[in-house]
Ligand binder design. Structure first.
Ligand code: ADP
Ligand code: ASP
Ligand code: MG
Length: 815
């Protein structure tokens, strides 16, 4: 004997009903088959809505009509496909059921009250009709059928709406039935009968439980639960698209998963089949080839101890507190006594160590029952002020991580907390240890989906995802997007996923939470009509909660750089090629670093000095390991490196400048290079790295141009003016040459912290002698690198090298 259960999702329309009948036929070819059916999808919700609207007769009757129509349509469609289907008979049954329902509604509208016994009758109509419809389909296919009436045979005790089956008695009743071994057995799920032979239901989703019970009662050798997903996943696959299918789990794990919210199984399903050691398989009606998930006793959990992330919504946390609570007689036992008397399921309890607070989490719809008991029990203490009025925190969810012996794994809790922390999600309460197999955390319901996604990603994947918010799509920003796109596959193989969620220039932005397609971003960007300004950008980033989100600043914008602390506080890492923040006041410079440290975020700016050359990291590493600066000398400008190189080859200053501009080495206006201010900024950043708390104004720049230049704003006029200086530079170059030297524009940091930039004559043994053609060079004389300096050389400008430096910083946010 095999037991099959089909949920509402498998019976959602005519085609699905017929598809299910085919599955039943196929199984029945090999062995006798018993089938438990749910109501078709959404029907029970409609029926529940009727019970909620009994005070509004019109609404209730409208829902009845709509539900009836759904069934009429369903059987009409079945009759169009299935030959010999007794349409007229089934339509009669549907009419009869809904007429009964209407008369029940008239009765309860009169008394303005729907007792639970009636409520149970109303909400169970879907299951009754599912069985009638399936019986007609199978009969049309010439099968003989035995229908088990669950009100008579599945004996249960307890609440009308959440009853518990007495397995032994039910087994006895079913064993006593004479069932022809050729018959297909059908039974409505969700329904049972109490000692008065009244109809009761087993709680929402209770057909799974019915299936388990019937499997036990019929001594079935397997219980198959057919649904709309391939089996039990590590997370609800409708929430997390990359959830992993679990091939097999133990009874205990299945129990924990369903208890803490994996809706694929009703929490009480496992108990009976575990007791009678009946294996259970969860299968997909829409994908019969899939192996599904097997649930059985001797499953080896050791390999993969983590099983899933689940959640329960509509939770409230009730707080019992009082200044002198520990002196209230037997407070804890009395609370536990209420739990027992009220029969309200408490999902999580925490008690503060100072014994003046107890928090209890329960389903929102049970809180009033529990509160009534509580107020009655503690009325004296409340009156005398020994207890505070009970506080209720609403709209909460419980996130649980399930795994075998999870309490022994030291890093699970820390991973959960770090992923929640990075996603800016507050933890309101936790419970670990009460069960060996789960850790539960209370969060606000508005955060639950994000919490689940982040925790699941952190626990089940080595994948590291970086969410990028890029501002500035000039040369560097553009090159960066190209490089990210090119490297996508390579990084994926190393489990690194870069998702660019926002691209902005000074006017507008393109936003896509699930990542912008980089192969076509320019088109999308053009079409975007999101305006960019700082206020809107700040609002946008506040909305997102990612584990590893990075703002990349590829602009030279002052105002943007002033927002870095704000971004860090909002849990964004910052990667910047913009020098403005690091050359602002020492105070702001410190504030950024303090904020980054406090928020455990990275602030990375390798490209501020020497573009892609590894200058900043090298210096930081040296000083972290106890080295200190004795003297620094460097050529920090690609354009000036080129110009001075050409001067030494006999080219005039004006000519060399024009060449440099043509080759793209200079700023749009070459005056900005020749003024030395950009070099001063880089020198300031290096000096601060070396520990000197100085400001930009402390850096002395020897005027490269001997007399003030007029018309410097007009590029062409400026280049003409430069010609007037050609002879002066020709002379200086010759003087240097005569003494075996060349001219270099050098930035220096002395050990005292004095910083200056000037043209210097350097001889052949000087480390900067050979540096020209646009190359940058950095010579560090330190405690460790004393007589021969540590020299880093290479191209220190250009879109591609700068973008690669930014890219490298971006990847460093993961470390
Ligand atoms: P049925 O109508 O077949 O009883 P349900 O809707 O009750 O189906 O249960 C199946 C649903 O359970 C799936 O569609 C899925 O969204 C949800 N679900 C929640 N958690 C899990 C999980 N861990 N694995 C699989 N499905 C899950
Ligand atoms: N039809 C009931 C419900 O929707 C029972 C079930 O489907 O398991 O809750
Ligand atoms: Mg279900």
């Amino acid at each position: 004997m095999k037991l099959l259960k089909f949920g509402g999702t498998s019976l959602a329309n005519a085609e699905k009903f017929l598809h299910v009948s085919e599955i039943i036929e196929k199984k029945n070819r090999f062995e006798q088959t018993a089938v438990v059916l749910s109501a078709p999808a959404k029907i029970t919700n409609n029926l529940v809505a009727i019970t909620e609207n009994t005070a509004k007769k019109e609404i209730a009757l409208n829902i009845v009509d709509a539900t009836k129509l759904a069934f009429v349509e369903l059987v009409k469609n079945i009759s169009k496909i299935q030959p010999n289907f007794n349409y007229l008979k089934i339509i009669e049954i549907i009419k009869e059921e809904f007429n009964k329902l209407k008369s029940i509604i008239h009765d309860i509208v009169c008394v303005k009250y729907c007792p639970n016994s009636i409520h149970a009758i109303i909400v169970s109509r879907g299951e009754i009709l599912s069985v009638e419809i399936m019986k007609s389909i199978l009969k049309a296919k010439n099968y003989t059928i035995t229908v088990i009436n669950p009100v008579e045979k599945i004996f249960s005790i307890g609440d009308y709406l959440d009853s518990t089956v007495n397995i032994a008695e039910s087994k006895k009743r079913i064993s006593a039935m004479l069932i022809n071994n050729k018959d297909i057995i059908l039974m409505a799920g969700f329904i049972a009968g109490n000692e008065k032979k009244e109809l009761v239901v087993l709680g929402r989703n209770g057909s799974d439980y019915s299936a388990a019970v019937l499997a036990v009662c019929l001594n079935a050798k397997c219980c198959e639960i057919w649904t709309d997903v391939d089996g039990v996943f590590t997370c609800d696959p409708k929430i997390v698209s990359n959830a992993l299918l679990l091939e097999s789990i133990s009874y205990q794990e299945a129990m924990e998963l369903s208890y803490f919210g994996a809706k694929v199984l009703h929490p009480r399903t496992i108990e009976p089949i575990a007791q009678f050691k009946i294996p259970c398989i969860i299968k997909n009606t829409n994908n019969i080839k899939s192996h599904g998930t097997s649930i059985y006793l001797n499953h080896d959990s050791k390999k993969n101890y983590l099983k899933g992330v689940t959640h329960l919504d509509d939770i409230v946390m009730l707080n019992i507190s009082g200044y002198d609570m520990k002196n209230i007689n037997n407070i804890t036992p009395r609370v536990f006594n209420i739990i027992s008397k009220s029969k309200v399921k408490i999902i999580l309890i925490t008690q503060s160590s100072s014994e003046n607070k107890i928090n209890l989490c329960m389903l929102e719809n049970k809180k009033n029952i529990f509160l009534d008991y509580l107020k009655k029990e503690f009325q004296l203490e409340l009156k005398e002020g020994l207890l505070n009025p009970f506080r209720i925190k609403k709209n909460l969810s419980i996130l649980s991580v399930i795994g075998s012996d999870i309490y022994k794994k030291h890093n699970i809790a820390s991973k959960i907390f770090s992923s929640l922390g990075s996603a800016k999600i507050n933890v309101l309460a936790i419970a670990q240890g009460s069960s060996k197999h789960s850790i539960s955390i209370v969060v606000e319901q508005k955060n639950i989906l994000n919490a689940i996604k982040n925790v699941h990603e952190e626990l089940f994947f080595n994948n590291k995802t970086i969410h990028v918010f890029l501002i500035g799509i000039g040369g560097v920003g553009n090159a960066l997007l190209e490089q990210i796109s090119q490297q996508e596959q390579f990084l994926k193989k190393q489990n690194i996923n870069i998702k660019v969620c926002l691209i902005a220039n000074s006017k507008k932005m393109l936003i896509m939470k699930n990542a912008i397609d980089l192969s076509n971003w320019k088109n999308h960007f053009q079409q975007s009509n999101h305006i960019f300004n700082l206020k809107l950008f700040k609002q946008t980033i506040k909305k997102y909660q990612f584990l590893n989100a990075v703002i990349i600043d590829c602009t030279s914008d002052q105002l943007l750089s002033e927002q870095y602390t704000h971004f860090l506080k909002n849990q964004y890492h910052i990667v910047t090629s913009n020098k403005k923040a690091n050359t602002a006041t020492w105070e702001y410079y410190q504030e950024i670093r303090d904020t980054a440290r406090k928020n455990n975020k990275k602030f990375l700016y390798e490209t501020n000095v020497g573009a892609g050359l590894p200058i900043i990291k090298t210096v930081q590493n040296l000083f972290k390991t106890g080295d200190h600066l004795i003297r620094f000398q460097g050529i920090l400008s690609g354009s000036l490196s080129f110009i001075f190189g050409r001067l030494e080859e006999g080219i005039l200053l004006s000519q060399a400048t024009k060449e440099a501009k043509k080759l793209g080495f200079t700023e749009p206006n070459p005056f900005d290079d020749l003024s030395g201010i950009d070099v001063a900024r880089k020198l300031l950043i290096l000096a601060r790295e070396a520990g000197y708390s100085i400001e930009l104004k402390d850096i002395k720049i020897e005027n490269l141009l001997p007399k003030p230049i007029e018309n410097k704003e007009d590029i062409n006029k400026f280049l003409l003016e430069l010609e007037k200086l050609d002879s002066y530079f020709l002379k200086r170059v010759k003087t240097a040459h005569d003494s075996g030297c060349v001219l270099r524009f050098i930035g220096t940091i002395e050990q005292t912290g004095k910083c200056f930039i000037k043209i210097e004559e350097v001889g052949i043994n000087h480390p900067l002698y050979k540096v020209k053609n646009g190359e940058n060079a950095f010579a560090f004389y330190t405690k460790y690198y004393k007589s021969i300096p540590l020299v880093l050389r290479g191209y220190g400008a250009g879109n591609n090298v700068t973008a690669s430096g930014v890219f490298s910083d971006l990847l460093h946010t993961l470390s």
